[in-house]
Design a protein around this ligand. Structure first.
Ligand code: SAH
Ligand code: SF4
Length: 387
């Protein structure tokens, strides 16, 4: 007589329990039923209850859910997790900028940066990928190969970690320190749109973290075919990393321009859902000495943006070890800004924040990668020495 082993349960035990904080409301209700913790007819109600605990109160332990029956809490704890990822390093800059290095799993580390006095009160710059597949030549993240996309839970976790540290649970209605979210950390968000969109749904939900979609900005290097979907799925504010006004130069700075040249990009932006004076596109323009910073280029920029409800952010280039680029001089940047102003664009110069802790735009690159690189260099030196 043959014996059939039922192995169907075995792998489930070996895997980490599902973290509930990255699920949509519907997925949450389904997960509760599938695990046999909640009967179907109560699933929606229970999911709402849990949602508030997780996303409004920020609890990390089912035991804190005082209006849920004790046995149900125990069953939840058995089947699921609410745990935060590990914060490997926390740095605070002289200017109040905070940076966390968060370990999502072995070798999966991302950086998240909080910048005070940006947006209404303070902005959190979140990562969407570990590394990036695009190799913009002035960007530190671009020198790191893509490790993988972050899950929705891992994107939401960055907001949770920041709020733990800023003491923002339960979600305050007024006087928030974290009022805005910008997807300007590591990675290209439009290459991970499903997870980015799901994370935005969670972050924007009114019964939770409740950061309005108007205060959430997604920055892209210009993945044109995904722009429409981004607008439709998220209603987020759009930021475009432009950096050049002609194809020849933009190809050098943002190689993705070869695939989606300026004409296509500008047409795609014009079609972005919901665009208008109340919902302007932000154009990011990094100031690179002797590369893209002449008065003629400022005038070309004004021409290029004609007819688009736009804001321009001039970003002083943030240097990182090994780069050949330099930041334009302050007077060059001011001259550039003055031309944009005359052309009708308010063009704030973004003061670099957190430079002392390498937390400024384009400086992000996870510590593990840096350590691996330095270990590699040491190994190479040792090999050379022994030859
Ligand atoms: N991948 C997306 C979002 C992350 S980059 C994008 O490219 O838009 C966030 C912003 O920082 C982009 O505008 C990017 O061009 C800019 N940036 C990258 N490296 C920089 C550097 N070294 N100094 C200043 N800005 C930089
Ligand atoms: Fe990637 Fe954005 Fe850096 Fe370009 S600027 S390499 S798209 S993270």
């Amino acid at each position: 007589m043959g014996v059939t082993l039922d192995l169907s349960r075995a792998p489930a035990k070996a895997l980490a329990p599902t973290n509930l904080t990255g699920l949509s409301r519907t997925e949450l209700a389904e997960a509760l039923v599938a695990a046999g913790v909640v009967p179907k007819e109560k699933a929606k109600m229970r999911a709402s209850q849990l949602w508030r605990w997780m996303h409004h109160y920020g609890v990390t332990d089912f035991a804190q859910m005082t209006d849920v029956a004790k046995e149900t809490r125990a069953a939840l704890a058995e089947a699921f997790s609410l745990a935060r990822p590990e914060v490997v390093e926390r740095q605070v800059s002289k200017d109040g900028t905070r940076k966390w290095l968060i370990r999502m799993g072995p070798g999966i580390e991302v950086e998240t940066v909080y910048i005070p006095d940006v947006g209404r009160a303070g902005a959190l710059c979140v990562s969407s990928q570990v590394g990036c597949t695009l190799n913009c030549t002035f960007c530190h993240t671009g020198t790191q190969a893509l490790v993988r996309n972050l899950t929705a839970a891992e994107i939401v976790a960055q907001v949770q970690v920041a709020r733990d540290d800023l003491g923002e649970w339960p979600s305050p209605k007024e006087d928030r320190r974290l009022s805005n979210i910008v997807f300007m950390g590591m990675g290209e968000p439009l290459y991970n749109l499903d997870n980015v969109a799901q994370a935005i749904d969670i972050i924007a939900d009114n019964e939770g973290i409740a950061i309005s979609r108007r205060r959430i900005t997604v920055s892209t290097s210009g993945v044109v075919p995904m722009l429409k979907e981004l607008g439709e799925k998220t209603q987020a504010m759009l930021a475009i990393s432009l950096h050049a006004t002609n194809d020849a130069l933009r190809e050098k700075l943002v190689p993705l321009n070869k695939k989606y040249p300026l004409k296509e990009l500008m047409d795609g932006i014009r079609a972005y859902p919901g665009l208008g004076n109340a919902k302007r596109v932000t154009f990011e323009y990094v100031m690179l000495k002797g590369v893209n910073d002449t008065p003629a280029e400022a005038k070309a920029l004004v021409q290029l943006l004609k007819g688009i409800p736009a804001k321009i952010n001039l970003i002083p280039f943030n240097p990182w070890p090994g780069t050949d680029y330099e930041c334009s001089s302050w007077s060059t940047i001011e001259q550039f800004a003055a031309i944009l102003n005359r052309g009708g664009y308010a063009s704030p110069i973004r003061t670099p924040r957190g430079r002392d802790i390498l937390a400024a735009c384009g400086q992000l690159k996870s510590e593990s990668e840096k350590q691996r690189a330095s270990a590699r260099r040491r190994a190479e030196q040792a090999a050379e020495a022994s030859e």
